[in-house]
Design a protein around this ligand. Structure first.
Ligand code: SF4
Length: 246
């Protein structure tokens, strides 16, 4: 478990805050300028239709449901215990305090979303934005060869049915909502990186990977609590995470 966790965070943490900020800003410009007609025609050609399998509402399929600040406000109204600090904390300062860009939805012991019941979403009308746009996406990712390209669909051919007939207006609306989601997501990441940068500069802190690894190893072995600062609306909320009992 620890190895797979670390693999994910190391790829995130290898770059400095400045580099990550520059990359996020570049990504934002890229998303904004991605040609709408191209995205619309990809959506149309794919013709994805949800078959209500609910696989995308499980940890096994989708890892976690990240909450934008706007989602968090809605979810807290429904169930104040549903949000948890999102996994894969991005930074750890020399005092062993972790920082992460937002919250995620809690899952049940079987890995399904806390709001999934009998394969249906209990809060469908109020579900988070990522659940509304999934499986569409618009972000740059490296493939197995390291070549970075735009990724538009998640879980291709692993769920739902394809080549269904979607109207032009439906495809345009999906493209618009997906783009708006991706923009909002990147803006939250930029806000988080700027807040960490300002906090570290003001308090003489820095990210220390060795401290990150040591604290995380101890935590996962059940040996210590973790202090996690979660980004929300320009500031941080402090959480004390207790190690899980085996
Ligand atoms: S909030 Fe609803 S749609 Fe989103 S993952 Fe949970 S059950 Fe699925």
């Amino acid at each position: 478990m620890y190895d797979s966790f670390l693999k994910k965070v190391i790829s995130v943490n290898n770059n400095s805050i400045e580099t990550r900020l520059a990359e996020a800003k570049e990504e934002l410009t890229g998303v904004r300028s991605f040609p709408d007609p191209e995205f619309v025609s990809i959506i149309k050609e794919l013709g994805f239709k949800c078959e209500l399998c609910a696989r995308c509402c499980t940890k096994e399929f989708n890892d976690h449901v990240f909450l934008l600040d706007a989602d968090l406000a809605v979810i807290l109204e429904i169930d104040p215990d549903a949000p948890i600090p999102a996994p894969y904390y991005e930074f750890c300062d020399q005092k062993g305090r972790f920082y992460v860009s937002g919250y995620a939805l809690k899952t049940k012991p079987d890995g399904s979303c806390i709001f999934l019941e009998n394969n249906r979403c209990k809060i469908y009308g109020s579900r988070p934005l990522i659940c509304r746009v999934y499986p569409y996406m618009l972000h740059r990712e490296a493939d197995e060869t390291g070549r970075v390209d735009w990724r538009q669909i998640s879980g291709l051919n692993e769920h739902g049915s394809y080549h269904c007939d979607l109207s032009d207006s439906e495809c345009e609306s999906i493209a618009r909502e997906t783009k708006a989601y991706e923009e909002a997501y990147i803006r939250q990441i930029i806000g988080f990186l700027e807040a960490v940068d300002a906090h570290f500069t003001k308090n003489g802190l820095k990210h220390v990977q060795r401290t990150y690894d040591r604290r995380m190893r101890d935590f996962l072995k059940g040996g210590c609590e973790l202090e996690v600062f979660v980004y929300r609306e320009g500031g941080f909320e402090k959480h004390l995470l207790r190690p899980k009992a085996d």
